[in-house]
Design a protein around this ligand. Structure first.
Ligand SMILES: [Zn+2]
Length: 456
């Protein structure tokens, strides 16, 4: 968004949450005992029959690695992996044949900025009216809608309640619920009353720890939070470098972490093999975060020429949610969004889009990220036409949501393109998305991990 989701976290104290955390504990134990790695965990999921063979006849296939479109391609899927891709792939006996000869097949889409456990909750006060169990259960249909919209993976960049995203990720991996493959942050690391804090309460109200899990002031507290989150099984670290839009008492123009604190985050995360995503609107905050070595700038609203040069030099990704401004302003007319949030938002939407165009033109690496949750999950693809309007070619927009997103997440060996050896995450649309980018809002076929979830 130009907005930002607020962040909150929860220590899962309730009985129900303890139940949800059990798989976490066993995953951690498994990791300790077996040297289990997240990649293997994802790849070895019992999501489909390991021996099943599926042949997909693609009329057209978008090769995002070469930025070309090939015709009449056969994709052989074995279990959850792509085994062969080409024009002369022999069809094994007994294989299930899926005829997509009148469709365009693409890699499964990836949204690098979602809040799957938060949706349409414009005010953090709602957090005090829902249990952690409510939050996760509400996220289940949101996850399903996201998957059926063609997003087979998401990088979920923060939740009000700490670690419920870890639970949902694990439930999806285990096949308990349908949803995209999730890479999660667990909590927002934010300064006291910063853009990721749950704010807006009377000054003498003290929130329980579970709702201020990521609060950290000073480099050592930041390191402590990173360590704890790493041990709780998160996939990356999210820091709130500047103020936010959708948080009471926060100012998007303020810089909320010092360079020392940001460096502590990136250094400590690196020790655990984790990347850092930095929420940053204000120019100075963007520079500090890039200099500290974050993998991505989220929002990047007020990036200037110096930021652009720095990001290019360091290979920092820009994840700019340039669609949701229209949704926020539309919702405002229905009086859903609190007035102070809208005041934060004023003027930011256009600045962000203009600066996105500049960054795109300069060749800054761009990954697709929408801030879904600010707007309804499952409509993530609405951002594609905006990215094309503000400077990307349709192929570049598709690459941002496939190969580039996979690279940012650090999983380009597994997802992001249709290639032998990668996970079988495929989607298909009727019309050519390179001439009709809106077509990505109308995905007709979805395969994730070799399993078909939609085939219209
Ligand atoms: Zn966000």
């Amino acid at each position: 968004m130009v907005s930002i989701l607020r962040c909150f976290q929860v220590l899962c104290l309730s009985w129900v949450i303890l139940q949800l955390q059990i798989p976490l504990a066993s995953a951690a134990a498994m990791q300790a005992l077996t040297g289990w790695e997240p990649d293997r965990f994802v790849a070895d999921l019992p999501t489909g029959d390991a021996k099943s063979l599926t042949v997909i006849k693609a009329g057209r296939m978008v090769d995002v690695e070469t930025a070309t479109v090939e015709e009449n391609v056969t994709i052989l899927v074995s279990g959850n992996r792509i085994q062969k891709v080409g024009k002369d792939v022999p069809i094994p006996a007994g294989a299930t044949i899926i005829d997509l000869s009148r469709k365009t097949v693409l890699p499964g889409l990836i949204d690098c900025h979602t809040h799957i456990t938060d949706e349409n909750e414009p005010d953090p006060i709602v957090e005090l009216q829902t249990t952690a169990a409510d939050k996760v259960l509400h996220a289940i249909p949101a996850a399903r809608r996201t998957l059926l919209a063609g997003f087979t993976s998401i990088r979920d960049v923060g939740t009000y309640r700490a670690l419920i995203d870890v639970s949902l990720r694990n439930a999806i991996e285990k096949g308990w619920v349908d949803g995209p493959r999730m890479y999660v942050a667990g909590a927002y690391i934010t300064s006291t009353e910063g853009g990721g804090a749950m704010a807006g309460f009377a000054p003498d109200i003290k929130l329980p720890e579970e709702l201020r899990y990521g609060k950290a002031d000073g480099p050592w507290e930041v390191r402590q939070r990173v360590r704890e989150l790493a041990h709780r099984g998160v996939d990356f670290i999210k820091v709130i470098a500047t103020g936010a839009v959708l948080t009471h008492g926060s100012n998007p123009n303020s810089v909320e972490f010092s360079e020392e604190e940001l460096l502590a985050a990136t250094d400590e995360a690196r020790r655990f093999g984790l990347k850092v995503a930095a929420h940053a609107h204000a120019t100075a905050g963007i520079k500090d975060a890039v200099n500290a070595g974050v993998a991505s700038i989220e929002h990047g609203t007020f990036l200037d020429d110096e930021c652009i040069a720095l990001m290019k030099a360091k290979g920092t990704y820009l994840v700019a949610d340039i669609y949701n401004e229209d949704y926020i302003q539309g919702d405002a007319q229905k009086n859903v969004i609190p007035k102070d949030f809208l005041e934060h938002d004023t003027g930011m939407g256009q600045a962000q889009r203009d600066n996105f165009r500049k960054a795109a033109k300069a060749g800054v690496k761009i990954a697709f990220g929408t801030d879904a949750g600010v707007f309804p999950h499952g409509t993530n693809a609405k951002q594609f036409p905006y990215m094309v309007r503000y400077g990307l070619t349709p192929m570049q927009a598709i690459q941002s949501a496939t190969i580039s997103a996979a690279d940012l997440i650090g999983k380009a060996n597994l997802i992001g393109s249709i290639k032998a050896g990668k996970l079988a995450d495929l989607i298909a649309v009727d019309q050519d998305p390179l001439t009709h980018i809106n077509e990505l809002e109308n995905v007709k076929f979805v395969m994730k991990d070799g399993r078909i979830y939609k085939n219209e």
